[in-house]
Write a protein that binds this ligand. Structure first.
Ligand SMILES: *Cc1c(COP(=O)(O)O)cnc(C)c1O
Ligand SMILES: *[C@@H]1O[C@H](CO)[C@@H](O)[C@H](O)[C@H]1NC(C)=O
Ligand SMILES: *[C@@H]1O[C@H](CO)[C@@H](O)[C@H](O)[C@H]1NC(C)=O
Ligand SMILES: *[C@@H]1O[C@H](CO)[C@@H](O)[C@H](O)[C@H]1NC(C)=O
Ligand SMILES: *[C@@H]1O[C@H](CO)[C@@H](O)[C@H](O)[C@H]1NC(C)=O
Ligand SMILES: *[C@@H]1O[C@H](CO)[C@@H](O)[C@H](O)[C@H]1NC(C)=O
Ligand SMILES: CC(=O)N[C@H]1CO[C@H](CO)[C@@H](O)[C@@H]1O
Length: 465
């Protein structure tokens, strides 16, 4: 067979040039982001570094394919390999969480965690049915029914009637008694557990009991902790819930996407599959599903279990280090990968510490702490150990991270005093030319660069722009 090696039509040559040749502007920005990830301390609790294998699968030719429907029942032809990929992905998803395929099924097509949640609601309940999820200022996620007194923010509060439950103001732990009392008045159809900024274990049996009192479904959104659940480093929501959703890019360390697990009872299976497609989505992202399959294979390995153990060890070491400096950690510690740090005793807002950390290349995010009056200037920050643990950080390294953060707070407090106002723009001005900040920035970068970086070839990383 002689292949046609003739050059493509001139208007098609762009299809075979590299990203660098074709679009230097985007290429350079990607290279700069690569260097940023490599040379800084990544502490955002919902982020992680995925592996080279996941990036290869995700960036593969599978992105070209349309495959609406489920394996074996597609609306388009040419899906023989795609079907295999999706079937392998589903099998691995059940295996990663030790689920019996007779009892549990899974849909791996949701584009992300938010769409997985909306599809789950679409499957389980009717418009205006009542839902109860953890309030956002208590650490819950937007998609669990968030609204303010002025506005329904999330579509989950626009289409359903939402009454949140909260953490106890004094302890920072979920107030289960009040949840039970309020549920008795509100009579929810769906109770949601899971959060984005909650450092403690979940009392799933108690949630089940409360849901059963009202014949409600119980859904767990384990987005933040699914890697820990897979590694059996967190308690198991599957024993108690009807539906479990997750993102795949947080502790699970896969590509950016979502998954829905459902119990195969009543007609939940067909309702979930219908809700994903055609109710909420069109064609799945095959490249992403291949990436999820790779991540799930990794999540079943003994190395991943070690990783998850180390993530928890590192997060608790960081909590301990900050406590020893005299800071207040919400719930006085952590059971998982994240630490919620209450800065109100220091009279410093989370926004200011986030800004200062950004300037010295430590990436974390401001976060509401329960009892905050203003949502615009939250009183704390959220710090996660997952990403840096993927870079081989151990407990001692997190002691160093805690020291950096302590120095950052000292610099922030001095700048706040110098600024003489509460405004963040005055704060930034007060930091200009600050030598302590420059010194900290330099040390942070040197420290970060001394660790390996998953998925990147450090030898070829560009350092000058
Ligand atoms: C991150 C997160 C989501 C949303 O996931 P996206 O992929 O960002 O849409 C949903 N629920 C929880 C608890 C999360 O932490
Ligand atoms: C791939 O895309 C096609 C078309 O959208 C879809 O039918 C199929 O389910 C997808 N397969 C995977 C593995 O995502
Ligand atoms: C982060 O990714 C690593 C693999 O790179 C994985 O082992 C770990 O569980 C992930 N952790 C979190 C908390 O996402
Ligand atoms: C993978 O592909 C999806 C689109 O299908 C994209 O949104 C995502 O950012 C890609 N990369 C990773 C690592 O998830
Ligand atoms: C917080 O935890 C520390 C140990 O890490 C303990 O010594 C202290 O008593 C705890 N404080 C509270 C208020 O529980
Ligand atoms: C919650 O605690 C904060 C301080 O931790 C306090 O300012 C606030 O008034 C408390 N709110 C309630 C409702 O008790
Ligand atoms: C859960 C866990 O692994 N905790 C560990 C956290 O780190 C501290 C300090 O290194 C250890 O003592 C804990 O066992």
């Amino acid at each position: 067979m002689v292949y046609n090696t003739k050059p493509a039509d001139s208007w098609n040559t762009c299809l075979n040039t590299t990203l660098e040749q074709e679009d230097k502007e985007i290429y350079d920005l990607i290279e700069q982001e690569k260097y940023r990830q490599f040379s800084g301390l990544e502490l955002i609790a919902s982020e992680n570094f995925t592996s080279q294998a996941v990036m290869e699968a995700n960036g593969s030719c599978l992105t070209n394919k349309y495959s609406e429907g489920l394996p074996g029942a597609r609306y388009y032809g040419g899906n023989e390999y795609i079907d295999e990929v999706e079937n392998i992905c589903r099998q691995r998803a059940l295996k990663a969480f030790n689920l019996n395929p007779e009892e549990w099924g899974v849909n791996v097509q949701p584009y992300s965690g938010s769409t997985a949640n909306f599809a789950a609601f679409t499957a389980l309940i009717q418009p205006h049915d009542r839902i109860m999820g953890l309030d956002l200022p208590s650490g819950g996620h937007l998609t669990h029914g968030y609204q303010t007194s002025k506005k329904k923010i999330s579509s989950s509060s626009i289409y359903f009637e939402s009454m949140p439950y909260q953490v106890d103001n004094a302890t920072g732990v979920i107030d289960y008694d009040r949840l039970e009392q309020n549920a008795a008045l509100f009579r929810p159809k769906l109770v949601i557990c899971g959060a984005s900024a909650y450092a403690r274990e979940w009392d799933y049996p108690r949630f089940r009991k409360i849901a059963d009192q009202h014949g409600a479904y119980l859904m767990c959104d384990m987005a933040h902790i699914s890697g820990l659940v897979a590694a059996q480093e967190a308690s198991n929501p599957f024993e108690y819930c009807d539906i479990v959703t997750t993102t795949t890019h947080k502790t699970l360390r896969g590509p950016r996407a979502g998954i829905i697990f459902f119990r195969k009872k009543n007609d939940i299976e067909s309702r979930v599959n219908q809700a994903v497609f055609p109710s909420c989505q069109g064609g799945p992202h095959n490249n992403t599903i291949a990436g999820i399959a790779v991540a799930l294979k990794q999540a079943g390995s003994p190395e991943f279990k070690q990783y998850a153990k180390q993530v928890r060890a590192n997060a608790s070491k960081l909590a301990e280090t900050l406590t020893n400096y005299g800071y207040k950690i919400v719930t006085n510690g952590t059971d998982n990968h994240l630490v919620l740090w209450d800065l109100r005793p220091q009279k410093l807002t989370g926004s200011k510490l986030e800004k200062l950390c950004d300037l010295c290349h430590i990436t974390l995010n401001k976060n509401a702490v329960h009892g905050d009056v203003s949502a615009v200037t939250p009183g704390g920050v959220r710090i996660g150990a997952s990403a840096l643990t993927s870079r081989s950080f151990k407990e001692d390294d997190f002691v160093k991270v805690g020291e950096f953060l302590h120095r950052a707070v000292q610099i922030a407090l001095a700048a706040q005093e110098k600024a003489g106002s509460k405004l963040i723009k005055d704060f930034v001005v007060a930091l200009e030319g600050n030598d302590d900040l420059k010194a900290l920035h330099k040390e942070v970068q040197e420290f970060a660069k001394s660790f390996p970086m998953p998925g990147f070839d450090i030898e070829t990383i560009k350092t000058e722009f």
